[in-house]
Design a protein around this ligand. Structure first.
Ligand SMILES: *Cc1c(COP(=O)(O)O)cnc(C)c1O
Length: 419
């Protein structure tokens, strides 16, 4: 069956919970063992002192190690990406930082795509170097050979341990080729495999499946599409049994797993994930049709606008993106002044950062989400003062367009008044 059919029940046995149709919130810190022998057996497996017997499940011990709300949620999340295993966290940043710390050690080289989400960028460039980890970055549009040269010229090619990418890039919707990134990892792999991790937050678990294109680990800010209601912060990491076992091992000792309550909220969100994201992708296409033809709009950054003449970007989109997504950026004609006039005039669409939620959101990357990005780099990436980022929600698309239209008219009126 399709994942959307299984989101209401998969992995939950009502008979273990008084017949409750939905999983209760297992708001408990610890679990009672039936006997001392059982406690001993659970710990042996949890701490890796003994291999699990065929069909033996990890017993419930303590909620930093495991909890039914997290286990059921993790099982359900694996269905979308067809992953073997999943680990959930109390934030997207917790998932990302735990993965980086588990797979990197002092002296290693990390290759990243640019730009990355601000929080990831900060952790990678400001915090990882404190632990002796070297970082180099490549840009959208660089070819496989250029990236291989970049690694070789760093003098640390033999220390390359991980490639970490984010695609589509926020806020420009520029694409990075996932399978090509894995080929680069393979090119430098010796007896030790170089892992490819992909932050797939922008496309959510429906619209892009990095594991199918060679990624070893997929990361989500579950705060975004997965949670989808702007009421919870959470994260997830998916991959093979072996890799997720390592991720969960570090999670146990960092103690940054999701709480039972967060697990329960995300399970509730997953029931409508497909319905929500279908509407969001549909609405985004409609909004872009409107923006593409508006005289106050200079340029629209949207996957659906890619044409054959865009070459490699168009090919990557066809290869790895299943829809055009729900994120749109556009430049207004003018500068920060005009962009702010537009943002301040919105009524239905809320002026806030974050994305992927039921309500539509608008923000100004240059002074908000991407203010920390070096000014020169911001210019090169075309994150200018006239750029607006929209996250499209599940409202009626005609109302979203109506709101954008009236806010764009407010810019025009002021222009005319000045003239
Ligand atoms: C929001 C976001 C994150 C961080 O997730 P949190 O849940 O806020 O910790 C990471 N990557 C991307 C692409 C994001 O949009």
């Amino acid at each position: 069956m399709k994942p959307e059919s299984l989101m209401m029940s998969y992995g939950y046995k009502p008979e273990l919970s008084e017949g409750a149709i939905k999983s209760p919130i297992f708001q408990t810190s610890t679990f009672v063992f039936k006997s001392a022998e059982e406690g001993k057996a659970f710990f042996e497996v949890a701490y890796g002192h003994r291999q699990q017997d065929e069909g033996e499940e990890l017993g419930l011990i303590y909620s930093r190690i495991n909890n039914p709300d997290l286990e059921i949620l993790e099982n359900r999340l694996t269905l979308w990406d067809e992953a073997e295993e999943c680990a959930v966290f109390e934030s997207g940043m917790a998932a990302i930082t735990t993965v980086l710390l588990e797979f990197l050690k002092p002296g290693d080289l990390l290759l990243i795509s640019s730009p990355l989400y601000g929080g990831s960028d900060h952790f990678i460039k400001k915090i990882l170097p404190k632990f002796g980890i070297n970082v180099i970055e490549f840009r959208v549009g660089q070819t496989k050979n250029e990236i291989i040269n970049l690694i070789e010229n760093s003098g640390l090619a033999d220390r390359l341990a991980m490639i970490y990418i984010e695609t589509p890039a926020n806020p420009t919707n520029d694409l990075i080729d996932i399978s090509c990134s894995k080929e680069i990892a393979k090119h430098f792999s010796t007896d030790k495999e170089i892992y490819l991790a992909v932050d797939n937050t922008y496309m959510g678990p429906l619209w892009q499946h990095p594991l199918k294109h060679g990624a070893d680990l997929v990361l989500y800010s579950a705060t975004k599409y997965i949670g989808g209601h702007s009421d919870v912060i959470a994260g997830a990491c998916l991959g093979s049994k072996d890799l997720i076992k390592r991720v969960k091992g570090l999670r146990t000792f960092l103690g940054n797993m999701a709480s039972p309550n967060t697990g329960w909220l995300l399970m509730r969100s997953l029931e409508t994930l497909k319905a929500r994201m279908d509407i969001q992708a549909f609405n985004a296409n409609k909004v872009v049709e409107f923006l593409n033809n508006h005289p106050s709009v200079e340029k629209v950054y949207f996957l659906g606008n890619l044409k054959e003449k865009d070459g490699e970007q168009f090919n990557i989109k066809n290869k790895q993106c299943l829809t055009n997504g729900g994120m749109i950026s556009f430049d207004v004609k003018g500068t920060e002044k005009e962009a702010f006039q537009f943002l301040n005039a919105l009524k239905l669409i809320k002026l806030a950062v974050s994305l992927g939620s039921t309500e539509s959101l608008a923000e100004h990357p240059a002074t908000m989400t991407h203010v920390d990005v070096d000014k020169q780099l911001r210019q090169e990436l075309s994150i200018s003062e006239k750029m607006i980022r929209l996250s499209i929600g599940v409202e009626n698309y005609e109302d979203i367009i109506y709101d954008i239209k009236q806010a764009l008219e407010k810019i025009k009126k002021t222009e005319n008044a000045v003239l």
